[in-house]
Design a protein around this ligand. Structure first.
Ligand SMILES: [Zn+2]
Ligand SMILES: [Zn+2]
Length: 83
């Protein structure tokens, strides 16, 4: 009985894990601003809780982007390491 239960539980948890992965992977990400410390504002998805860097007031997806310049955000010009 215990053996069977464990077998079933393992199957169910594997299914849950792959479903969780799929849900996170397909997440349309609704990023909101989250303040984790004074002057530390990051973006976090309110659906899957994914954290995605600094909150950007200018960028369309609200994430700072460093594609043009490694030191300054393309949108708001803030450095990546804010001290
Ligand atoms: Zn998400
Ligand atoms: Zn920015």
């Amino acid at each position: 009985m215990r053996r069977l239960l464990l077998k079933i539980l393992r199957k169910v948890s594997l299914k849950a894990l792959s479903l969780e992965w799929k849900l996170r992977h397909d997440c349309p990400h609704k990023f909101v601003k989250k303040t984790i410390a004074p002057n530390v504002e990051i973006v976090m998805c309110r659906i899957c809780n994914r954290r995605d860097g600094w909150w950007c007031p200018e960028s369309p997806n609200h994430c700072c982007s460093y594609t043009k310049d490694f030191d300054q955000c393309d949108y708001c010009g803030q450095p990546e390491e804010r001290k």
